[in-house]
Design a protein around this ligand. Structure first.
Ligand code: AMP
Ligand code: GLY
Length: 443
């Protein structure tokens, strides 16, 4: 089967490898020359991924029978709608269904209208005149976000990025003035306290087939400090849970995802594709931080490296319906993914620097390599402003998987930065302790 994959990061490299493993001939549309994707793909077009007519023309010319879109920006401009209309079933949501990610106010309104569990207190404002009332309602202990897409970087948290009421006012003023994320609206919401986790699920409009839980690390520096990034690394546990996450809590989060998929269908926006739920595990159980209309990056590398089932078949069923639990089998192993990023990533990335990636040595260590937003020129690999390569270890325990990922990373060199602390035992122990305190198990 010929399948189109859109996007050029490590998430998409993982998607392309999973499709190829299931026997698909992959055609790729991406804007940078990703060495991993370019090697595996049968055909490739370097193009602006948001240029719907060009991507649709390429899909028709290559004769693909199915498509999957990696990043969110093309979904927001209706790439899945364009592909579906051109007769290419697409395992990614339409523009209307992708609003679950592209509009944070839509997501919060949908959850409250349909009384989905895991909803939190929030207010959306369009003008500064509404701020007084909103803060009267919510208090100052809040999180402020532009309602549109910001690549995970537009969120400010009280106590961290904002210390006073004046800071809140200044940031709201900035958003309303600048149209950050393409829409001058602000979401103010209660600040949640707990541990974050991700559950991704395959959805065919009705049925939700959940994958193992994953924990990402958004902060640029060790010890969860520094600016928010797209994600620096992630891990999952052999049993699909996380060291601090109980099975009942995992199941609660899956139920919330099911409720959201049902609510979208009731609103006439049937959701086909991978749904990404980001949850905060609080004292009262999982609460929704956000939904994304796609795989997470890096989280895609964890789950797709573990997937044993035929990914093309899964994508076909997500697009056309008929998916069930038995369609998605994952190897019962732990996974650890660490990102190699350019020096300065999170503030000002050192782009255009050559990095050396010894692929054979990485493979010899038993690690898996996924290329991210790098550019290949004359056989050399250069950084961009985004993340560079993801390295994944799979093993019986998180500890062992972490060691494999670290050994792999030793074979990438240049002016790079890595969060070596991700998935190390002391980090995991601290999270378990913190969650025990929040639950009230420890005084
Ligand atoms: P988002 O772009 O919505 O994923 O937010 C980025 C980060 O901000 C999340 O990973 C959380 O760490 C933090 N965050 C977002 N919303 C909340 C919230 N309501 N309470 C606490 N932290 C939040
Ligand atoms: N890892 C966070 C995201 O993909 O949005």
């Amino acid at each position: 089967m010929k399948v189109l994959a859109v996007g050029g990061g490590a998430r998409e490299h993982a998607i392309v490898e999973a499709l190829a493993r299931s026997g698909a001939q992959v055609y790729a549309c991406l804007k940078n020359r990703n060495p991993g994707i370019s090697r595996t793909a049968k055909g490739m077009l370097l193009v602006d991924e948001n240029d719907v007519p060009k991507v649709v023309d390429f899909a028709k010319a290559s004769g693909v029978e199915l498509a999957v879109v990696g990043p969110e920006a093309p979904l927001e401009v209706g790439l899945a709608d364009g592909l579906n209309s051109a007769g290419v079933p697409t395992a990614s949501p339409t523009k209307a269904a992708a609003r679950i990610e592209t509009s944070k106010s839509f997501m919060r309104d949908l959850m409250s209208k349909h009384k989905v569990r895991g909803a939190i207190r929030f207010v959306v404002i369009d003008t500064m005149a509404e701020l007084d009332d909103a803060l009267g309602n919510l208090g100052n202990d809040i999180v402020v976000k532009p309602t549109g897409l910001t690549g995970g970087k537009g969120v400010k948290v009280f106590g961290e990025h904002m210390k006073s009421r004046k800071d809140i006012e200044d940031y709201c003023g900035e958003i309303l003035g600048k149209e950050i994320g393409g829409s001058a609206r602000v979401v103010l919401e209660e600040r949640l306290v707990g541990e974050e986790f991700t559950i991704q699920a395959f959805c065919d409009g009705r049925t939700v087939v959940p994958m193992p839980a994953v924990q990402d690390h958004k902060r640029a520096y060790e010890g969860d400090r520094g600016p928010n990034t797209g994600g620096m690394g992630s891990y999952s546990q052999k049993d699909g849970l996380l060291p601090f996450l109980r099975r009942t809590e995992y199941e609660d989060a899956v139920r919330i995802t099911e409720d959201v998929v049902r609510a979208l269908r009731k609103e006439g926006a049937e959701y086909h594709g991978t749904m990404y739920g980001q949850f905060m595990l609080t004292r009262e159980g999982p609460k929704v931080i956000e939904f994304n209309a796609r795989f997470g990056d890096p989280e895609a590398m964890n789950v797709l490296s573990l997937l044993k089932s035929d990914f093309s078949m899964i994508c076909g069923k997500m697009a056309l319906g008929g998916i069930s639990m038995k369609d998605a089998e994952f190897a019962p192993k732990a996974s650890v993914c660490k990102y190699v990023v350019p020096e300065g990533y999170g503030t000002k990335s050192l782009a255009g620097e050559e990095i050396k990636v010894d692929e054979q040595a990485i493979t010899r260590e038993g690690a898996i390599l996924y290329y991210a937003n790098v550019n290949e020129k004359d056989g050399k690999v250069f950084t961009t402003t985004s993340r560079s390569v993801g390295v994944v270890g799979l093993a019986e325990s998180i500890d062992e998987a972490e060691r494999i990922a670290e050994k792999g990373i030793n074979h990438v060199s240049g002016r790079i930065h890595v969060r070596h602390d991700i998935a190390k035992n002391h980090m995991l122990d601290a999270k378990v302790m913190r969650m025990q305190k929040i639950r009230g198990d420890l005084k």
